[in-house]
Design a protein around this ligand. Structure first.
Ligand SMILES: Nc1ncnc2c1ncn2[C@@H]1O[C@H](COP(=O)(O)OP(=O)(O)OP(=O)(O)O)[C@@H](O)[C@H]1O
Ligand SMILES: [Mg+2]
Length: 293
């Protein structure tokens, strides 16, 4: 009798664990083990904690996926609705054909660009690190700034680039995705700058951590909205915001995370927005395990 009770008591947590895994595999992510195992004070409690952390993370990820899918369908519908309207108008009155075709072309282009950005977003997540190479971040930033300067001629915005000290700016990762990430930030700054204003791009290296800061003199962002601008499809209300899809910063964040880095935004002391991208140098990635967790 005693042996039976002992055996039962010893195998019970295993049974609980098995049934929890089974529920997760069936798609129930609300299952948590710690509440039922809290009374034990052994290694199994630690396993229960890890299990709960995993279930929690999966739940958050799945919810984010669902929200993203919802947003994508919603955003794709707007140009599609206008496409259908243009086709309808052309059917109604043949005199409308030319203007309708122009509208159809415009909306098709919009859809194409949006799908392109969505693909970039998912690539940043899944293949971000597949095509790995070593590249010089300073050269990459210089190229992006030069392209932006070309556009900035039109709006008479100046872009100043400074690299604080000669240092090793070699980064390991996907140069094309990184170029996109930096370009998204610089182009946003350009879009929110008025003629005559200046954008400061600076690069610094410290302890094998590289920082790119992009500061503009534009309107900045209300502080309560600062943390949400890196989420997909978030556009803060302003006349200039209407032109994009709200995907640029989401792509940038994904790319930086895939490279073991981070990105944050804050308003400058005298107005304007400052975005900082941080990422480890190639040496930090190979010499130490990076990120350090
Ligand atoms: N430099 C900036 N100054 C002020 N607001 C900004 C700046 N950069 C971004 N924002 C705000 O953050 C929002 C999200 O930026 P994000 O780059 O993700 O999207 P977008 O530029 O609107 O569209 P996309 O980049 O997909 O074309 C913008 O719509 C804008 O409201
Ligand atoms: Mg943008």
């Amino acid at each position: 009798m005693f042996s039976f009770l002992l055996a039962w008591n010893l195998t019970r947590p295993m049974r609980q664990l098995r049934s929890a895994f089974e529920r997760v595999s069936l798609g129930d992510l609300t299952v948590r083990l710690l509440p039922v195992m809290r009374r034990r004070h052994d290694e199994i409690t630690e396993v229960a904690k890890d299990f709960d952390a995993m279930a929690e993370r999966l739940q958050v990820l799945v919810a984010a996926r669902e929200a993203l899918l919802h947003d994508i369908s919603h955003e794709l519908r707007t140009p599609l609705a206008r496409l259908q309207l243009a086709i309808g108008l052309a059917h109604q009155n043949p005199a409308n054909v030319d203007t309708s075709l122009a509208r159809i072309e415009q909306e098709a282009e919009r859809l194409d660009r949006m799908v392109g950005e969505l693909l970039a977003l998912s690539r940043a997540e899944h293949q971000g690190m597949l095509a790995e190479e070593y590249f010089d971040l300073l050269g990459l930033v210089e190229a992006v700034v030069n392209d932006a300067r070309y556009e900035a001629q039109l709006t008479k915005v100046t872009i100043a680039l400074t690299a604080r000290q000669p240092a090793d700016y070699t980064v390991k990762g996907n140069a094309e995705m990184m170029r996109r990430a930096v370009e998204n930030i610089v182009r946003n700054a350009l879009r929110f700058s008025l003629p005559g204003q200046e954008i400061k791009v600076s690069l610094a290296a410290e302890d094998r951590l590289l920082t790119i800061s992009v500061t503009d003199q534009g309107p900045g962002i209300a502080s309560e909205k600062l943390s949400s601008i890196f989420d997909p499809f978030v556009r803060v209300n302003s006349p200039q915001s209407g032109k994009g899809y709200g995907l640029g910063l989401a792509i940038t964040r994904k790319v930086l995370l895939a490279h073991g880095g981070s990105v944050d935004a804050h308003n400058g002391r005298d107005g304007g927005l400052q975005i900082q991208l941080r990422l480890p140098t190639a040496l930090a990635v190979t010499a130490y395990k990076w990120p350090p967790y």
